[in-house]
Design a protein around this ligand. Sequence first.
Ligand code: GFP
Length: 842
Amino acid sequence: RRALHVAAVAEAEKTAATTRGGAASVPAPVDIANKLRYLFGRNGDYTNADAYHGTAWSVREKLIDSFNKTHEHWRKEDPKFIYYLSAEFLMGRSLTNTVYNLGLQGEYADALNQMGYEMEKVADAERDAALGNGGLGRLAACFLDSMATLDLPGWGYGIRYKYGMFKQALKNGYQIEQPDIWLTSGNPWEVRRDDVKFEVGFGGRVERRKVNGKEVTVWTPSEKVIAQAYDNPIPGFDTPTTSNLRLWDAMPLTEFDLGAFNAGDYDRAMLDRERAEAISAVLYPNDSTPEGKELRLKQQYFFVCASLQDVLSRFKAVHGTAFESLPDKACFQLNDTHPTIAVAELMRLLVDVEGLDWDQAWTITTKCLNYTNHTVMPEALEKWPVKVMAKMLPRHMEIIEVINEGWTRWLAGHLGDLKSEERAKRIAAMSIIHENPWNKEEMLVNMAYLAVVGSSAVNGVAAIHSNIVKDEILNDFYQIFPSKFQNKTNGVTPRRWLAWCNPELAALITDTLGTSEWINDTEKLAGLRAYASDKSFQAKWSAVKKAKKAKLAALIKKIHGDDVNQEALFDIQIKRIHEYKRQYLNVLSIIWRYKQLKKMSPEERRKAVPRVCVIGGKAASAYDMAKRIIRLVTAVGDVINRDPDTKDLLRLYFLPDYNVSLAETIIPAAELSQHISTAGTEASGTSNMKFQMNGCLIIGTWDGANIEIAEETGVDNVFVFGVRAEEINQLRKERKNFKTDPRWDELMRDIEGGMFGDKDYFKPLVDSVNNMKVGNDWFLLANDFAAYLEAQEEVDACYKDQAEWLRRSIMYTAGSGKFSSDRTIREYAEDIWHVKPSRPSA
Ligand code: GFP
């Protein structure tokens, strides 16, 4: 390699000597070598990780050129901006995405080849930026890609967590969490902005003072930190636009308390730094303790406060104090309830800091803000105890009280026709501040209600979910403001999730359609329908899938040491572990399959469809039941993967540390994917869209975006099963009298009886779905069990008919046009943000 490297660099330098005209024209091998030499003090003989760093720092310069040009253009044009406020951005790796989006893939792949490296292995050395938890965070990342690709002036704003989503490892089959230390070897994809920092305060007291005869409110926080900006350029595809994700890092106000240090109080000297740094240390601090809750609220306020100050300061630099035009220049999308303190913070900045009167500030605030709801899970609809809010953000608590007074007063007028008792009930039900239903002593601030009252538009993320938001979760509000409520069905970026993670399939599609325009216009994928039954096309399609399966098989081998049958049906469920997503139901069906295989004669076994089942996902650190589910997966895998009777026909692997990069390997290889949430619980799902794009068939419930995917793909091409959302409430009521299927009872006895060991550990899991007397099985696994097994049989039958299976597979990709995040973002831009494209010249 060293010899290759020296030769490559010498060769490149020769060319450079004749062509060099500026940094940009330095040939890539020389540039990579230079980066390694001058930034890292290295000279040849690099590891893949070194080569990654050299390449990334080289690519970074081109990225920043494009970033600077875009921002110069936007500064001149002064268009309206969309600011996407999100506690999570699950970006994954950047190198591959950046070189592809900038059109530099060929150049850098060649450069690395010349130096004796392979792009794919080099790219593999990058750490994932896992600043998110699941779908919501990955959606935010897809949205940034689409916003840049569509030339929409827009930034993301969030937190630069020092430790991202924890690293998941398995110890004896149990999940253990390790810190995700992702920044240790530097991050080439960010630019620290030493000139952009803001103070953020917490706690303290609020006073009224007279200034020039006018009463003003002064908040004196007891604690202050600095929010330091880091910019992460986001390259669009096939456009000169590179936009920005600005992340905030928390730092102490004073670098170091020298006084305390000199007085010998070393702990105090460090204290401020530690307290400040804790704010941006970890994603989702475990909030099962009061301290954890406080820290989480602190994080939310921290990034919202810094982001709003940042936007207002840019606005003022151009428009002075003409705040009435702020809504023409800026709008904010609140990604779930995490950033909804923005309602109170924008009011505080406009009223207390800028001196606007309340009503004027309220008009501006409500015009600028919009809220997306991503879940019906009550635990994710945040409610902060008034006590916590008043202690940490006393001025915001006052502001929320005033907003609530105005809101309930307005409501009283609006509901004037109702009898007083009914009216009081409705008002109480819609009050932003209300009693905790589980603890009458405690008052809560309902952040979703605050967001609805303080926003112009409220949206859900798939058609069924938006209807549930309107008809159930926020029905009272919907009745009052029907036009505020919208649907914006999620989407995913076809760049990362098809074109870049599955270049083989992308090449086949481009070849077949005669154009690569589908990458930016996914509706063109519909052209594949014409080839769905074409034998020779099917053969090519199948060859790509096989190659991708081989890659996944190699990964399984690397992690688990096992060879798997690559002719088997690759059956995948990857997502956060949650009871509503029902990984447990999947495991039960795998156990059932195993038991059937065990009973079969060799003759019958020969006819069975072999399956390799893969489950991956993280359980939140405080989510005990989810951790038990993981252990069940690994315990069942341990038994069936070693059983000589069945191991050629059935395998089950848990792939630890599921993240964006792992998904990029798994999804292209998948043939069947599981989206089996209880109807009405999965707001949308987005991995279902990624699987669909990659020609993977879906077994799923009539839930979230599965419904729209089925509509686009042809319902008959999808293995749909289970009860419908409309039936759920009634079924829950009848739960105690539900007669379980005998097969279900048998499986419960097996697990309880220790068939997979760890009897005591699995007992709560069995009880959670099987103790009907106490009305358990909230997610209705038992209700859907029989239908699920039946759907699984349909899967087997279909897989035996490979021509039919491939036809369906092609129909999935062909029907995935709607699920590009470009379509979603266009809808947001038109219906909610009113932001227009503004493209810099190339
Ligand atoms: C949430 C919902 C998903 C939805 C995403 C994005 O995901 O159904 O697709 O948000 O809107 F649950 P998580 O962050 O909870 O994984």
